[in-house]
Design a protein around this ligand. Structure first.
Ligand code: PYC
Length: 332
């Protein structure tokens, strides 16, 4: 038999087909690679998931885009490759990516991963430990569509930082990391309404460009590539609302799990949220994450809970004659 899932084209690392499961976490899409043949053959070597991600980038970067970009993927989609962990205390490890690169951690995709593994019967309800490039994350599948994760400890490296955008508008915000890097601001002066998404996107881009042009980065030079516009919730049941611009230029359809982790840690540090108290964060589309913090050995541990739904179990095809087998060019 000719198994067309073998590594088909050594020049670009694309297989001819690949099994995936798709889900969305209150609107934000995730695609998990579950193809046993590809996973067994990909051979990313030994070592931490950060080291194996380096090998993935060298050998399979074209596949990253082919999986999540148009025409097979969709805007805002995050892909996940799940591998055995090199950490004895972990059950598995994850490489996260989007159309423009790699993510050290991704909250919505972690919730999507737990629901997908539950759907496939690969886990039972309960907790598993996940090695991510950002650190170890404890994930709980609560059964059905419901999952949560305890994230790495967030760090805020700048508070009340004022920047001026190209149009002369000033904005003040914090720079924090919780696996990804964020600029979080409440004084943007915008209405956080879904109908304003094009305007919010433009505003967040101008903030991102201002950060870049001033050389403002994470403490090891990381790009501040997620811009979070915070505001009041639409529903009185909730505590806050966020518009989040992602590195690929798409807005996060969910409230952004890592951004929410960073937010609740800052609220706790500022005395605005008690330990173990639930903060309900709305997305720009109205979907909600429940978040809280607890303290363990002097460290703040944020936790985020949300729901994901399976949308497809599919085989992706990468035909040699397809001019877009590696995805459409990124046009943003
Ligand atoms: O939920 O952490 C998140 C996330 C990051 C980018 C898109 N979603």
């Amino acid at each position: 038999m000719n198994d067309s899932r073998e590594m088909a084209d050594p020049t670009d690392g694309l297989p001819t087909r690949l099994l995936v499961v798709d889900s969305h976490t209150i609107g934000e899409p995730t695609r998990i690679v579950i193809d046993p043949t590809w996973l067994a053959a990909c051979d990313l070597g030994q070592g931490s998931i950060a080291m194996r991600r380096r090998v993935f980038r060298e050998r399979f970067d074209a596949l990253r885009r082919a999986i999540v970009a148009d025409p097979r993927g969709t805007e805002a989609m995050v892909g996940v490759v799940v591998l055995p962990s090199s950490e004895p205390s972990c059950d598995m490890a994850a490489i996260y990516f989007n159309e423009v690169g790699y993510l050290d951690m991704c909250g919505h995709a972690t919730i999507g991963l737990a629901v997908t593994l539950g759907h496939l019967g690969r886990i039972v309800a309960g907790t598993f430990r996940l090695e991510t490039p950002a650190g170890i994350v404890t994930v709980t599948w609560h059964g059905g569509n419901d999952a949560s994760f305890e994230n790495v400890t967030p760090r805020r490296i700048a508070r009340g930082l004022a920047i001026e955008c190209a149009d002369g508008r000033r904005v003040t915000g914090d720079i924090s990391t919780a696996g990804l890097w964020f600029f979080l601001t409440s004084d943007h002066g915008e209405s956080l309404l879904a109908k304003e998404i094009p305007r919010l996107t433009a505003r967040a881009w101008s903030i991102r460009r201002a950060l870049m042009s001033r050389g403002i980065s994470g403490d090891a030079g990381q790009a501040i590539d997620h811009i979070v516009l915070l505001g009041k919730p639409e529903s009185p049941k909730n505590n806050g609302r966020a518009f989040v611009l992602c590195p690929d230029g798409a807005f996060d359809r969910s409230p952004c799990g890592t951004a929410t982790s960073a937010l609740v840690a800052s609220l706790y540090a500022d005395g605005l949220l008690a330990a173990e108290k639930v903060w309900r964060q709305e997305s720009i589309l109205g979907g909600v994450y429940e978040a809280s913090v607890r303290c363990e050995e002097g460290m703040v541990v944020p936790s985020v809970r949300g729901s994901a739904w399976i949308t497809a179990e599919s085989t992706l095809f990468f035909n040699n004659s397809d001019p877009y087998r590696a995805g459409l060019p990124h046009l943003k």
